[in-house]
Design a protein around this ligand. Structure first.
Ligand SMILES: Nc1ncnc2c1ncn2[C@@H]1O[C@H](COP(=O)(O)OP(=O)(O)OP(=O)(O)O)[C@@H](O)[C@H]1O
Length: 335
C-alpha cells in the first residue's frame, strides 16, 4: 500500500473481438500519482490513452492488475466498482454541457444530494474559481470555447471528486488558444487542489500542464517522469525520439570512444574552429529567434544545431566544412 492518490498496478485492458477473443490495448501499465499532482499520458493516436482513463473511470474492466483511488481498490479482475462509486470526475473532450441549461445549472448537475442552499453556495464557489462568477445565467452558446471549458471544469470539480480525469481537454480549440488555456487550466487545477490524470497527444500541452508525464506506446508506459527528466534523461530510444527535438547519432560519428548511439539535442554541438567534430554544412536557416544549421556528420547522419550567434559561419555555403565541439550537457547515450 502506498499513499499515492491514484495507484495503477500492472493493468491489462482489452476489447472483445469476433470469435470471443480479446484484443489487449493496454498491457502491464503502472503509474502512481500523488495527491494534488497532475499526471498526463502522452502518446500517438491509438496507443491506449483513453482506454486507461476509461478503466480508471469504471467504464472498462481490467483483465489483470489493479486500480486504487485514495487507498480504495476500485478495479481488479472480477471487481469493477461502478463509476458513480469511485469519486472520480471526468471532463470530456466536447465538454458535454447541457445546451438548454445555463452555466450555473450545468455546474449544479452533480450536486443533487445537497440542500438547495448548500448547492447554490457550491455553484457560486466553483464559478468564482473558474472566473465566471458573473456568467452563471449564460447559456453555453453564449460563451466562448474557453469559457465553456471552464464551466465544464467547474461542473466536474463541483462534487469534489478525489480524482479528475481530463480527456484531450483542448482538442476543440485552435492552437494559439490551446497554449494559453493550458497554462490557465493548470493554474485553476492547482488552485482547486485537484488530483488530475489527463491524456493528450500534444507534447507542448503535456509539458505545460503536467507534473508527471507517461510516454505511451503500444499500450505501455515507457517512462513516467517529469517533463525535464523525459527531455534530459530519456530511458529508451522511443522516448528520446518522441520528446523534444533531437537526433540519434552513432557515437563514432562524434569521435566518441564508445559504441552505440548518442541522442543529440539541438544545443549539444557548438561551432568551434578547434572542435573535434567534423561536419559539412547542409543548410543554414533563420527560424527566429536564432538560426538553425543542418549539418552532415561523418557517416552521413544529418543533425540540426541551434545557433544563437552565426557570426563565425557567415559566408558559408552548403557543402562547406564546419568544426564543432560537444557541449557538456544535452547528450544521452544508448548502447
Ligand atoms: N470500444 C472499443 N472497442 C474496440 N476497440 C476499441 C474501443 N475503443 C478503443 N479501441 C481500440 O483500442 C486502441 C486504443 O484506443 P484508445 O482510444 O485508448 O487510444 P488513444 O491513445 O486514446 O487514441 P486517440 O487519441 O485516437 O483517442 C485503438 O486501436 C482503438 O481502435
Amino acid at each position: 500500500m502506498t499513499d499515492a492518490l491514484l495507484e495503477i498496478a500492472g493493468i491489462r485492458v482489452g476489447y472483445p473481438v469476433s470469435g470471443g477473443d480479446t484484443r489487449v490495448v493496454v498491457d502491464e501499465l503502472s503509474l502512481s500519482l500523488g495527491a494534488g499532482h497532475i499526471g498526463c499520458l502522452l502518446g500517438a493516436s491509438g496507443c491506449g490513452k483513453t482506454t486507461v482513463l476509461r478503466a480508471v473511470a469504471g467504464f472498462e474492466p481490467v483483465l489483470e492488475g489493479s486500480i486504487d483511488v485514495k487507498g480504495r481498490r476500485v478495479a481488479a479482475p472480477g471487481l469493477t466498482l461502478p463509476p458513480e462509486q469511485r469519486k472520480v470526475g471526468m471532463m470530456f473532450q466536447d465538454y458535454a454541457l447541457f445546451p438548454h441549461l445555463d452555466a450555473a445549472t450545468n455546474v449544479a448537475f452533480g450536486l443533487r444530494a445537497l440542500s438547495r442552499d448548500a448547492r447554490r453556495a457550491r455553484v457560486e464557489e466553483m464559478l468564482m474559481l473558474v472566473g465566471l462568477a458573473d456568467r452563471g445565467g449564460a447559456y453555453p452558446h453564449e460563451l466562448s470555447g474557453g469559457q465553456q471549458q471552464r464551466v465544464a471544469l467547474a461542473r466536474a470539480l463541483a462534487p469534489d471528486p478525489a480524482l479528475l480525469l481530463l480527456d484531450e481537454p483542448f482538442s476543440n480549440l485552435d492552437t494559439d488558444t490551446r497554449q494559453h488555456l493550458a497554462a490557465e487550466l493548470r493554474d485553476l487545477l492547482k488552485a482547486s487542489g485537484a488530483t488530475v490524470l489527463m491524456v493528450t497527444h500534444d507534447q507542448a500541452e503535456a509539458f505545460t500542464m503536467a507534473d508527471q508525464i507517461g510516454v505511451m506506446d503500444g499500450g505501455r508506459i515507457l517512462q513516467w517522469d517529469s517533463a525535464e527528466a523525459l527531455y534530459r534523461r530519456p530511458l529508451d530510444r522511443f522516448v528520446a525520439g518522441f520528446i523534444g527535438r533531437g537526433t540519434l547519432v552513432p557515437a563514432a560519428a562524434l569521435g566518441l570512444a564508445r559504441g552505440g548511439e548518442v541522442l543529440l539535442r539541438p544545443h549539444a554541438l557548438r561551432p568551434d574552429p578547434d572542435g573535434a567534430v567534423r561536419a559539412e554544412l547542409v543548410a543554414l536557416a533563420f527560424r527566429g529567434p536564432g538560426h538553425v544549421a543542418s549539418l552532415r556528420l561523418s557517416g552521413g547522419t544529418v543533425v540540426e544545431v541551434d545557433l544563437e550567434d552565426v557570426s563565425g559561419m557567415s559566408g558559408l555555403v552548403a557543402g562547406a566544412p564546419v568544426r564543432l565541439r560537444l557541449a557538456d550537457d544535452g547528450m544521452v547515450a544508448f548502447d
